[in-house]
Structures are given as C-alpha cells and as structure tokens.
Ligand binder design. Structure first.
Ligand code: CA2
Length: 148
C-alpha cells in the first residue's frame, strides 16, 4: 500500500526564511526545512506534500485537499494565524490530525501575534523551537495518525 501522506503547509513570507531576521526565525531556509522533513518523514514511513504560498485562498484550497488526500497536516499559517477565519473554518472542516507550528514563540512577541485565530482547530501546537519544530511535529503527527 502507498505511504500515508503528511501535508506540510507554509503561509506567507516563509519563502524568505534564512534571508533576514535570523534571531527570530533561525538561519535555515525553507528548502533546508523541506529536506529535513523529507528525511524525517521517510524514517517514519510517511510521504510528504511540502508547500508554501503567500495567498490565503490557496492555503484554504490546500487545507481542503489535505482533508481529502492526506493522513495528517502540519501548518505554519504565518501571519494568517492571527487574522484568518477562512483558514480556521477550512481547518475545522477536515477530519485528519492537525498540528499548528510556529518557528517563534508567538506568546513572547508583539501583542497582535499572541492570539492564534486558527489554533482552536488544531490537535496540538508546537512553537518557539525554530526549524527543529518541524521534525518534532512530524513525530507527533505520526503518533496521531497511528492512533486513528
Ligand atoms: O513564528 C512563526 O513561524 C510565524 O508563523 C512566522 C510568521 C509570523 O507572521 C507569525 O506571527 C509567526 C512570519 C514569517 C515571516 O518570515 C520571514 C522570514 C525572514 C524574513 C522575513 C520574514
């Protein structure tokens, strides 16, 4: 049987990782993170769909796609975390394990970043651990998928 697929979706400006603000987001590029995720997922026996978009509607479309084709979802919604009811609705509508991930600890940052609109739809959150959070999220997702 084909491997179960973990969707790993990344929102706006995460394509810029590694170019600026390394003190907040680390030095790894998104390509570095994707490579590490592919290696980790292979160890866990998961296939990976790793994507990034700067567009809210595209992220909504991909969440819906994850709900129909994926076994689990890791999402870093970027700044849409703090604003997007559309994304919350899309996440709430899909019936697979979901982990919300942030590179930085949003609770230690500006007030407007401290609220996640999307978090209520997640099984769990990982934040503040930089790029390593993606590997930890894959471990947690694999355990949640196995539980289903
Ligand atoms: O900590 C996270 O992972 C965030 O989701 C990252 C978002 C931010 O809006 C959230 O509040 C927290 C932004 C990512 C932007 O990344 C950049 C990286 C380098 C240069 C500019 C932006």
């Amino acid at each position: 049987m084909a491997n179960k697929t973990a969707f790993i979706l990344n929102g706006p400006n995460l394509n810029l990782l590694g170019t600026r603000e390394p003190e907040i987001y680390g030095r790894d590029s998104l390509a570095d993170i994707e490579k590490a995720c592919r290696e980790k997922a292979a160890d866990l026996g998961l296939a990976v769909e790793f994507r990034q978009t700067n567009t809210e509607g595209t992220l909504v479309d991909w969440v819906q796609e994850a709900g129909s084709k994926g076994a689990g979802l890791i999402i870093n919604p970027g700044a849409y975390t703090h604003t997007s009811v559309a994304l919350l609705d899309a996440l709430s509508a899909i019936d697979i394990p979901k982990i919300e991930l942030h590179l930085s600890n949003i609770h230690a940052r500006e007030e407007f970043r401290q609220r996640s609109v999307t978090a209520p739809a997640a099984n769990g959150l990982i934040m503040g651990l930089g790029a390593a959070g993606y590997g930890l999220a894959l471990d947690a997702l694999a355990a949640l998928i196995d539980r289903v």
